[in-house]
Design a protein around this ligand. Structure first.
Ligand code: AMP
Length: 225
């Protein structure tokens, strides 16, 4: 059985940081819809042009655009060995279309990791977040600063602040999370797939809890329970 996972949580919960660690340790395809959109925008593609205004404002990109992009990506062979969807599904329409595609197939979702954080902490994390242009590594100017200011420890790439990491956009992203994404969590909770992880802890502690969830799932399936 492959690891078919979703990672959920509001902006600033640490989805990107945990995804990097999960991808490395468990060797699954990491699919971040936010990263995919940013790359389309950078390359000025038709899809990027469609998405850019929504992202700048902190609104969700329309479902049909997002769903088509994810399903295309999911059909690539690296997803056959397990995947980690980061930032998708973010609306009930996305969840329903996605579930219908994967249900009773080897790609059916088996773990949903939900990162929970106090709302006040999120603003602070987002405003201090910096990302490597080259490898996507995530830093925090207070809690996880790079060794040299503005330079990625991993690859020497330039660090930047996301255009939508400002208060106005963040408030809209929080609102869209509560209104549109929260119901997705309720939906997966009903299917008994959700594992809540307290993401207000240190990165090491959050990572330890995330590994417990995934290793627990692996052990259960090895025992054939
Ligand atoms: P993220 O990097 O996950 O914070 O996503 C950045 C932005 O990309 C979001 O604020 C949305 O505008 C857009 N986006 C990412 N994933 C989705 C999705 N599943 N549905 C709609 N819009 C999305």
């Amino acid at each position: 059985m492959t690891l078919n996972m979703l990672i959920m949580g509001p902006a600033g919960a640490g989805k990107g940081t945990m995804s990097e660690l999960i991808e490395k340790k468990y060797n699954v395809a990491h699919i971040s819809t936010g990263d995919m959109f940013r790359s389309e925008i950078k390359n000025n593609t038709e899809l990027g042009q469609k998405a850019t205004e929504y992202i700048k404002q902190g609104l969700l990109v329309p479902d049909e655009v997002t769903i088509a992009m994810v399903l295309k990506r999911m059909s690539q062979p690296d997803c056959d060995g397990g995947y980690l969807l980061d930032g998708f599904p973010r609306s009930l329409v996305q969840a329903n279309v996605f579930d219908t595609k994967v249900i009773e197939t080897p790609k059916e979702v088996n773990i949903v990791i939900n990162l929970t954080v106090d709302k006040e902490a999120l603003f602070d994390r987002i405003e201090n977040r910096r990302i490597c242009r080259q490898c996507g590594a995530v830093y925090n100017m207070h809690t996880l600063p790079p060794k040299v200011e503005g330079v990625c420890d991993n690859c020497g790439g330039e660090l930047y602040q996301r255009a939508d990491d400002n208060r106005e956009s963040l408030e809209r992203r929080m609102q869209s999370y509560e209104e549109e994404t929260f119901p997705v969590l309720t939906h997966y909770r009903r299917l008994n797939l959700v594992h809540d992880v307290n993401a207000s802890q240190t990165i090491e502690e959050v990572w330890a809890d995330v590994q417990k969830v995934i290793d627990g799932f692996i052990a259960e399936h090895q025992e054939g329970k």
